[in-house]
Design a protein around this ligand. Structure first.
Ligand SMILES: Nc1ncnc2c1ncn2[C@@H]1O[C@H](COP(=O)(O)OP(=O)(O)O)[C@@H](O)[C@H]1O
Ligand SMILES: [Mg+2]
Length: 504
């Protein structure tokens, strides 16, 4: 969706960089990169992990000084490098991944402390500070209790506070480095709405995200980097997820569809007329042994609500669910797990894995009873179980005791899958399994999914990225506004036709 200021017309850039080179030790993080931001546009910086996105942002914001020969043009001035003070003072703001906020301070203080501090630190004008905070939050269309300490708020609100703080200083460009990595879908939607507001108000937003669907939806333009080099700058309009992936990796995903017929296999799950008012209506389908059923659709189509209902976390209003030939009606997810349903949630960070806890603890959490001995955890059994799954799924770890947060997104996702496999399920529901996982690691996850299906597991694969279900599922259901709008066999449908139907 192009904002007026960021549209296709040729416009003088607000920021333009040329000949940017940056080396760390022997690593050439950026090679002859150029980059440009127009006033008020939404610009995505895309590329695989390690391609130099964060480094480029740090060059622009003055954290790093590029090698000689760099040319930075900002607001009609030319520089060979930026200084953090100058960047900030002239309207270049960054939301760092760790947000750099103060949990013990109030929301108002976090937003407006620096600006009202003046030259005499003791004379903090609380009234002016609160007024500034209120004004900026109103501009973002957000209501927060500005007197509460920030620690009372979850990560999504903290991020909004960080954005609000950036806006206090009359931002012209706001950089957001992976702002959606740890947000749930609805929090992400909210953040994207804020990004649109900023752009409409003339503030350019440059953001980094691995969620390609949202990248295409919200950006005016996309700059792709690969191995520290510029691949190109592309209008988001007309861009597809598979095309961006190709540009990012340099590989043409000469993927062949994995789909095969399982019509002769016994059904594992049969859903008939399942309805939860306001969320989904009259949903019917079957998943068979060894089959991967893809479910795709736009945000808000009811896919996650359906999954949560199958997992016993919501009660349906109408309809029936049959698992392995027996009608089931789960009162809780514990009952669903006991009956052989596993659900890998869309929000790995808040519902799936517990970040401060160890790899081992995260892995065994859903299958405790297997490692209990007389009511106590048998450490030996636990180690062996963890070691088995780590090896089976090829998770790259240091020690089992390390915090799960020390692993990359792809490896965390493997642990999350292992956690559910350890419960010995019949049906595995994967909800957006590659959100926050970089494209390189995605293929590995789908290889695991294919192996699991081969071993006889029935799998439901939910994704808003049509190519993911197209290439990795046997059949694909398209959900729209809570209903099944279509069913596709990837062997008989072209990817572009399915994309056209879903993204229409
Ligand atoms: N401070 C640093 N010291 C050494 N190497 C670094 C540093 N920052 C980044 N790198 C290296 O530079 C390359 C680009 O990193 P980065 O900009 O963080 O990538 P991205 O943000 O795209 O994932 C990587 O190879 C990374 O390991
Ligand atoms: Mg980065």
């Amino acid at each position: 969706m192009a904002s007026p200021a960021g549209g296709a017309g040729v416009e003088r850039p607000l920021l333009s960089l040329k000949n940017i080179n940056m080396t760390f030790g022997g690593v050439r993080a950026l090679r002859d990169v150029s980059f440009e931001v127009r006033p008020g546009e939404v610009h995505c910086l895309a590329g695989e992990n390690g391609c130099g996105k964060s480094t480029l942002i740090k060059v622009i914001t003055g954290v790093y000084r590029p090698q000689d020969g760099a040319e930075i043009l900002y607001d009609s001035e030319t520089f060979t490098h930026m200084s953090p003070v100058h960047a900030q003072a002239s309207g270049i703001q960054v939301i760092w991944q760790d947000l750099a906020l103060f949990p013990e301070m109030s929301v108002a203080e976090n937003i407006a402390f620096q600006t009202v501090l003046g030259h005499r630190p003791r004379l903090v004008n609380h009234k002016a500070m609160r007024a500034t905070a209120e004004r900026v939050l109103a501009r973002l269309g957000v209501t927060l209790d500005i007197d509460l300490p920030l620690r009372e708020y979850a990560i999504a609100q903290r991020q909004i506070v960080a954005i609000a703080r950036a806006l206090v200083g009359e931002a012209k460009i706001v950089f957001m480095d992976e702002p959606t990595a740890s947000l749930t879908q609805s929090e992400t939607d909210h953040l994207l709405a804020i990004v649109r507001n900023l752009s409409a108000a003339g503030v350019a937003v440059v953001f980094v995200s691995h969620r390609l669907a949202e990248v295409i939806e919200i950006s005016d333009r996309i700059t792709v980097l690969r191995d520290g080099r510029l691949v190109g700058v592309y209008p988001a309009e007309g861009m597809t997820q598979s095309r961006i992936t190709e540009l990012m990796t340099g590989k043409t995903f000469d993927q062949s569809v994995r789909a095969a017929s399982h019509a002769a296999s016994p059904p594992v799950l049969t859903v008939e007329g399942l309805t939860r008012r306001g969320e989904f209506e009259d949903v019917s389908f079957t998943v068979r042994r060894g089959e991967t059923l893809g479910i795709t659709g736009l945000l808000g189509a009811g896919r996650t609500e359906l999954a949560l209902t199958l997992f016993g976390m919501r009660r349906p209003d109408r309809g029936s669910v049959t698992l392995d030939g027996r009608p089931v009606r789960f009162a809780s997810n514990r009952e669903a797990i006991a009956a052989g349903v596993a659900y890998l949630s869309e929000d790995r960070l808040s519902l799936g894995l517990i970040q401060p806890q160890s790899i081992a603890d995260n892995l065994v959490i859903a299958s405790m009873r297997r490692i209990l001995s007389g009511g106590f955890i048998a450490e030996r059994k636990k180690r062996d179980l963890v070691a088995k799954w780590i090896a089976d799924l090829g998770v790259k770890i240091g020690r089992q005791e390390d915090a799960i947060s020390t692993l990359s997104g792809g490896n965390q996702q493997r642990v999350a899958i292992a956690k559910w496999l350890a419960t010995d399920p019949k049906l595995l529901i994967l909800d957006a399994p590659t959100v926050g996982v970089d494209v390189g690691a995605r293929a590995g996850i789908f290889d695991i999914v294919a192996r699991l299906a081969e071993s006889g597991l029935a799998i439901i694969l939910i994704s808003d990225e049509v190519p993911e279900v197209y290439f990795n599922a046997d059949r694909v259901l398209h959900m729209a506004q809570g209903r099944i709008a279509g069913e596709y066999d990837p062997r008989r449908t072209a990817l572009k036709d399915m994309e056209a139907a879903v993204y229409a």
